[in-house]
Unconditional design. Structure first.
Length: 354
């Protein structure tokens, strides 16, 4: 009987020891990962991003520069198209540049502190550190972390799976999922160089807009084009995108909230569509063809830049605005939270409300 008790005690101690080792292993890996990603003085990376939510999948190429403490440069280019956006943070503020529309918006914002981005590895490190329920699985060549998201679309896409190379301790991919764990966004890291720093002058917005300004001047409307616009025949933005303007509708399943009015206003040769939603969560959506500016000059924008996945917009406590596929959108509400406005924005699609 005594021997049997001793064997049981040995078995229990072994199980407890193995369990403790497993926990310590996860904590150790997390500490190393966080230290390597978050404490680097700077980095450069290239990644691909595929967005599967909201209709046909879209692919983007992403390039990131970061120099501590607060300088960032992120360029997102839609694969196979001459459509790109850039967000730059330097000593003068935060700038969002859209070369195809010759537009530049300036924010006084603490981005990206409020909005975690999956392609910023420091933000990923913070995601892992902040989630007390993070789970690690170990494979032959990788660590797999399941964690909560803290990004701008965390309500509609609350889960993420981060894969880390065991040898380099660098991320190889991030998969962002909806509430039923269906893949919505996949980011694949192609190249990450730690310890790379750029001088402050290399983050000057002029470094990234000079070529685009020249292009914009070359592509400025001719006298004939100006006349056509003044006559109300054609909108410059619609001509740039070469697409017919179609109405987009939000696809949100909110009880006691429904569209009560759809109104079209023609102004300066362009149709502006206004959708009014009333109920427990009232809001208004305005949309019209996006216009191209004749010169790229910084325009002050209120609020903070917000990454919607498919584009970078601007958000305040009562509104959100963005441009996509040649259409400018604006959502206003005194009742919706920022997360709810983002939910409306990311759900917009060409469809029918009937």
């Amino acid at each position: 009987m005594g021997n049997r008790i001793v064997k049981w005690l040995v078995l229990i101690c072994t199980i407890l020891l193995l369990s403790a080792c497993g926990t310590a292993s996860q904590e150790k890996v997390l500490k190393k990962v966080n230290g390597k990603w978050a404490e680097t003085n700077g980095y450069e990376l290239n990644a691909s991003m595929e967005i599967k939510s909201g209709g046909e999948p879209r692919k983007y190429d992403v390039t990131v520069w970061h120099t501590k403490p607060d300088f960032y440069r992120v360029e997102v280019v839609e694969s196979g198209k001459d459509v790109s956006q850039m967000i730059v943070r330097n000593a003068d503020g935060v700038f969002v540049v859209t070369p195809t529309l010759n537009k530049m918006y300036k924010f006084q914002s603490d981005w990206p502190k409020k909005n975690s981005q999956a392609y910023l590895i420091g933000a990923l490190a913070e995601d892992l550190a902040e989630d007390k329920n993070v789970v690690m699985k170990e494979q032959e060549k990788a660590y797999i972390f399941e964690a909560a998201t803290r990004n701008s679309y965390k309500n509609s896409m609350p889960h993420q799976v981060i894969t880390v190379n065991k040898k380099t301790l660098l991320p190889t991919s991030v998969v962002i999922m909806n509430d039923v764990k269906e893949e919505q966004i996949r980011i694949t890291f192609k190249n990450i160089k730690l310890g790379v720093q750029h001088a402050a002058k290399e983050y000057a917005v002029e470094q990234f807009t000079e070529t685009d300004q020249t292009k914009g001047e070359q592509a400025a409307p001719t006298e004939k084009d100006d006349k056509g616009e003044k006559d109300g025949k054609e909108a410059v933005g619609a001509e740039v995108e070469n697409k017919e303007f179609q109405t987009n509708y939000p696809v949100v399943n909110w009880e006691n909230t429904k569209m009560t009015e759809e109104k079209v206003i023609r102004e300066n040769g362009m149709d502006r569509v206004i959708l009014t939603f009333e109920g427990d969560k009232p809001f208004t959506v305005m949309q019209q063809p996006a216009t191209k500016e004749s010169a790229m000059l910084p325009v002050s924008s209120p609020g903070d830049p917000v990454d919607l996945g498919f584009t970078i917009g601007a958000i305040t406590d009562t509104s959100i605005s963005w441009e996509k596929d040649g259409v400018a959108f604006f959502v206003a509400s005194s009742k919706l939270s920022r997360d709810e406005m983002i939910e409306v924005a990311t759900s917009m699609t060409i469809s029918s409300m009937k």
